[in-house]
Design a protein around this ligand. Sequence first.
Ligand SMILES: [Zn+2]
Length: 299
Amino acid sequence: MFRVCSWHALAHFRNLETSMKIMTIYAHPADTITNCGGTLAQHAQRGDEVVALILSHGGRIHANKYAEEWRKDAPDDAVAAAGLDAIVANKKDELDRAAKIIGIDRIITLDHEDTYATVHEDVVEEIAEHLAAEQPEIVIADHPRSPAYFDAHSVATGMALAALARAGTYLRNLDGRDEVPVRQVFLTGLPVYNLDALSLNGVRNDCYVDITGVVGTKLAAMDQFVSQGYHGVFARKLVESYNGEAGRAAGVNFAEAFVRLYNETHQHLPVTEAALATDPLTRHIAYSSVNLRGTYPVR
Ligand SMILES: [Zn+2]
């Protein structure tokens, strides 16, 4: 019976209205939090499963704490003489604490050196295997932006997209595992916030998540990244400016911005609840109402 077959096919997938699995794929430990920490906090709150895959250990990136110690007249040996293992272990502790605050269920760190300059086939395979094991419906990764120049985040996304393609060809007959049911990929970090599809030939973030309600959670998570100076005043600067500008484009106090990789299909033309609720006259005042540093002071 055809009906039985289609039931069987549907049973393979979760009911996405009630629960989804999200997998983030980023180059460095803090990237997940700075790019989409607020969005992940909201998904965690509504019961979605969140897994963060991190390609490098991040031991050499933003090593502020150690570099600053060397600048002092009498450096503390425990900090100034810390080796890569100690630096990486400390970074993992910071990430663990941040992930708990956000509600990330699991962190997978592949622990590659963060000095890579190009796509590595073995890392592509590694990511594909994790995609196949996790079976996420949604993947979040950095926007590749301009692949014309070296950027660790662009390369990470290059590997993630290649891994998605590879995982999409898995066949139980040949590989002993099923294809991966990723439904959408949301790309972060494109610094383009125009309000419509006609400006700048349409290059823009096209999807925004209002994170105003969890902005304190995002700040508390960022406050954990002390070794790279992402805590305190920088956390507040980043959220005020980066998420504030995305919020201005979205018509809310603070937002995280995304580009959807795949087309969307609807039964009718979609208009969002936010679009229906917005008041064009007072929108700019409403989205400027949160005093971030007053509400979430540096401790
Ligand atoms: Zn990074």
